[in-house]
Design a protein around this ligand. Structure first.
Ligand SMILES: [Zn+2]
Length: 158
């Protein structure tokens, strides 16, 4: 999803993590991708009940040690300015919180085979299957509907 510094910054803004961010460089994309892959590995280890991968732990912890974005109290409320490096440190810290917190048993990977997003399933009975209806659920349901329609017998001709 973040293949350029601009797209990466757009993700930081859209996720609500920061309110404003300074322009990034190609190196920020590489850093963020490395951390993302480490987080994915650690989440997968947790989901499968396996021990954390040491290399992934080192990557995540190194990112989490850096200075994070700091929210500031303003007359209008709260404002968070950040550099891409600070935003990534904030993401890493949240990943540390998540992976050591009570939501670990609720983590699931999307049921769409083409999607690797992980979400926290807070639905009743933990029946949620998709990262989101818009992104994946509707796509899969529409495909299943089309498949059913195709295999259903044609109505009798008059
Ligand atoms: Zn998905």
């Amino acid at each position: 999803m973040f293949v350029t510094p601009e797209r990466l910054n757009a993700w930081y803004l859209e996720s609500g993590l920061v309110d404003a961010i300074t322009p990034g460089k190609e190196a920020d994309v590489q850093e963020a991708t490395t951390v993302r892959e480490a987080v994915y590995r650690l989440v997968t280890d947790r989901r499968l009940g396996e021990q954390f991968d040491r290399e992934a732990l080192a990557v995540l912890n190194a990112a989490a040690r850096k200075a994070p974005a700091t929210p500031q109290l303003t007359l209008a409320g709260r404002h968070t300015d950040a550099t891409p490096e600070q935003a990534l440190a904030t993401v890493a810290r949240q990943a540390v919180e998540l992976l050591s917190g009570p939501d670990v048993p609720l983590m699931k990977e999307c049921g769409n085979p083409e999607c690797t997003r992980v979400y926290i399933d807070r639905s009743r009975g933990m029946r949620r299957q998709w990262c989101g209806m818009e992104s994946c659920g509707n796509k899969i349901k529409a495909a299943a509907y089309r498949a059913r329609k195709k295999s259903a017998p044609a109505p009798a001709a008059r």
